[in-house]
Ligand binder design. Structure first.
Ligand code: AMP
Ligand code: ZN
Length: 468
C-alpha cells in the first residue's frame, strides 16, 4: 500500500510500526459553530482511509480531538452570553450528529483539549528542562532555533519565513527570541477560562494539544498523522518540533494532508460569506450524497463544490443503491437455489472489479478510481442477473457490492434499519391509538415510520405500507 507522505513528498510503501496495527491521529475541528463542508472533507477522507485499513485486516487505533479552548470559542461565548464550555459542548454534540449523517465512524477516542491540560503542562516542563522552551512574563515559547530539523515537513525556507514574520509580530510577542518561536502557554486575559501552571494562570497554545493527546492515546510514535493542507505549517511543523524534542524520537512516520474544498471555484471562507454548513446541505440532500461527492475526487486534488456536481453525485449514488435494491428484489422473488456452474463462472469474473478497487485504494487511496470499479461491478450485476438467478448467486453479488461500498462508507443496504415485524407492531400501536382517539400518538407513530422511510396508506381493507 502506497501513501503520499508530506515529509518526503513522495509515495511511500506503508510499513506499520507494529504488525497489523495502525496508530492514526487526525486533527479535529475547533468547536464554535456548525462544521462546514470544508471541515467535512478530512473527516470523510480519513474515515475512508481507516475503513480501508480495517478491510485489509488492520486493527486501527484512530484518535481525533476536538479543540474546545480557543479565542474563537471565547468570542462566540461572549456574543451569546454563554460560557466557553457551553458553546463547545453544544457544537461537539452538533458535530457528532453531522458525523453520523455522513456515516463517519466514531474515533476510538475523541479527546477534549480542556481535559488534557495536565499532560500539556508536563510536556511544556520537559521542553523547558531540555532547553527547547523558555518563559517570559508568564508566557512560554518554543525555541525553534534549537530544533535543527524545524521546517522539515513544510519544506520552507526558514530565513524567508523569518523576515516575513518579523512584520507580523503580534503585540506582546516582541519578547520572543526568534520570530518563528511559538506560544506553548499564555496567561489569561480578564474573563477567559484558565488553568494553573508554574508560569501563570492561563491556557495552552493550540499546537501543544495535539502533541500531548496523540502521545497519551497512541504513544510516542505513531504511524499516520493527518489533517487539511492548511495545517502543514505552522500547526504540524510545530507538533513535530514539540513531540520530537520532548520524546527524543521520530513522531509520525507518514503525514497525510487533504487538499481544500472550494465553492463555485472560489476559496470557501467565513469572511467571504460563501461557506456552507453540513447541516444546511443535510436539508437538501442525504449526507451520503455529500460523502459520495467528496470521494469522487482524489483527496490531494482541490475539489469544487457546486450544485451540478452534487446532482451528479446524487444520481451516481442512486445507481449503486438501485443495483443493490434490484439484487434484493430478485432474491425476494427468486428461487431458493444454489449457484449453477454458469453462475459460478460469472461470479468469479467479479474478482476483477475487487482487484481494481483494491489497486486504486492501494495507490494513495485513489477513491475516484475505486468508485469507478464499484460502477463496473454495478453494471455487471445489472446485466448478469434476472428472475432465474439463484439466491446464492444474487446474495454473493450483493455481499461483494456491500463490502466495497462499506469501505467508502456508503450505505447501500439500509433495509436492516427497521424490520418488517417492527413495522407491523408500530402499525398496530397506531391503530390502537386511533381507536382510543389519541391522534397525537397516532401521528407521532406515522412520523416515526416516515423517518425510517416507511410510507403508510390507509385503505378500506386496512393499513398498507411500503418502503419509500
Ligand atoms: P479547523 O476547525 O479550522 O481547525 O479545521 C478542521 C479541519 O478542517 C482541519 O483539518 C482543516 O485543515 C480542515 N479544513 C478547513 N477548511 C477546509 C476546506 N475548505 N477544505 C478542506 N479542509 C478544510
Ligand atoms: Zn492538531
Amino acid at each position: 500500500m502506497k501513501i503520499f507522505n508530506t515529509l518526503s513528498k513522495t509515495k511511500q510503501e506503508f510499513v506499520p510500526l507494529e504488525e497489523n496495527k495502525v496508530r492514526m491521529y487526525v486533527c479535529g475541528p475547533t468547536v464554535y459553530n456548525f462544521i462546514h463542508i470544508g471541515n467535512a472533507r478530512p473527516m470523510i477522507v480519513f474515515d475512508t482511509v481507516r475503513r480501508y485499513f480495517e478491510y485489509k485486516g488492520y486493527d486501527v487505533n484512530f484518535v481525533s480531538n476536538f479543540t474546545d479552548v480557543d479565542d474563537k470559542i471565547i468570542k462566540k461565548a461572549i456574543e451569546e452570553g454563554l460560557s466557553s464550555d457551553e458553546v463547545s459542548k453544544r457544537y461537539i454534540a452538533e458535530c457528532k450528529k453531522d458525523m453520523e449523517g455522513m456515516n463517519i465512524k466514531p474515533a476510538t477516542k475523541h479527546p477534549l483539549a480542556t481535559e488534557e491540560i495536565g499532560g500539556m503542562v508536563e510536556m511544556i516542563k520537559t521542553l523547558i528542562d531540555k532547553g527547547f522552551a523558555y518563559e517570559k512574563n508568564g508566557t512560554v515559547y518554543y525555541r525553534t532555533r534549537k530544533f535543527e530539523e524545524y521546517g522539515k515537513l513544510s519544506h520552507k525556507n526558514l530565513d524567508d519565513l523569518r523576515s516575513g514574520e518579523r512584520s507580523l509580530l503580534v503585540t506582546g510577542e516582541d519578547e520572543k527570541e526568534d520570530t518563528l518561536d511559538f506560544v506553548l502557554w499564555k496567561p489569561k486575559k480578564e474573563g477567559e477560562p484558565f488553568w494553573e501552571s508554574p508560569w501563570s494562570e492561563g491556557r495552552p497554545g493550540w499546537h501543544i494539544e495535539c502533541s500531548v493527546m496523540s502521545k497519551k492515546y497512541l504513544g510516542e510514535q505513531i504511524d499516520i498523522h493527518a489533517g487539511g493542507e492548511d495545517l502543514v505549517f505552522p500547526h504540524h511543523e510545530n507538533e513535530i518540533a514539540q513531540s520530537e524534542a520532548a520524546n527524543g524520537k521520530e513522531f509520525a512516520r507518514y503525514w497525510m494532508h487533504n487538499a481544500f474544498l472550494n465553492i463555485d471555484n472560489h476559496k470557501m471562507s467565513k469572511s467571504l460569506g460563501n461557506f456552507r454548513t453540513v447541516r444546511e446541505i443535510s436539508g437538501q440532500y442525504d449526507l451520503q450524497v455529500l460523502r459520495f461527492f467528496m470521494l469522487s475526487a482524489h483527496y490531494r486534488s482541490p475539489l469544487n463544490f457546486s450544485a451540478e456536481l452534487m446532482e451528479a453525485s446524487k444520481s451516481g449514488l442512486e445507481r449503486i443503491v438501485n443495483a443493490a435494491d434490484n439484487l434484493k428484489f430478485l432474491m425476494g422473488n427468486g428461487k431458493n437455489t444454489v449457484m449453477t456452474e454458469e453462475e459460478k463462472a460469472l461470479f468469479a469474473k467479479t474478482e476483477e472489479f475487487v482487484k481494481g478497487f483494491e489497486r486504486a485504494m492501494e495507490d494513495d487511496f485513489n477513491t475516484a478510481d475505486a468508485v469507478a470499479a464499484v460502477f463496473e461491478l454495478v453494471k455487471y450485476a445489472n446485466t448478469n442477473t434476472d428472475e432465474d438467478s439463484s439466491r446464492e448467486y444474487l446474495a454473493a453479488l450483493l455481499d461483494r457490492l456491500v463490502k466495497l461500498t462499506d469501505v467508502l462508507g456508503l450505505i447501500v443496504d439500509r433495509e436492516e434499519d427497521i424490520l418488517d415485524e417492527e413495522i407491523e407492531k408500530l402499525i398496530e400501536e397506531r391503530q390502537a391509538a386511533r381507536k382510543a382517539k389519541d391522534f397525537k400518538k397516532a401521528d407521532a407513530i406515522r412520523d416515526e415510520l416516515l423517518e425510517k422511510g416507511i410510507l403508510l396508506k390507509d385503505t378500506r381493507e386496512g393499513v398498507q405500507w411500503k418502503r419509500a
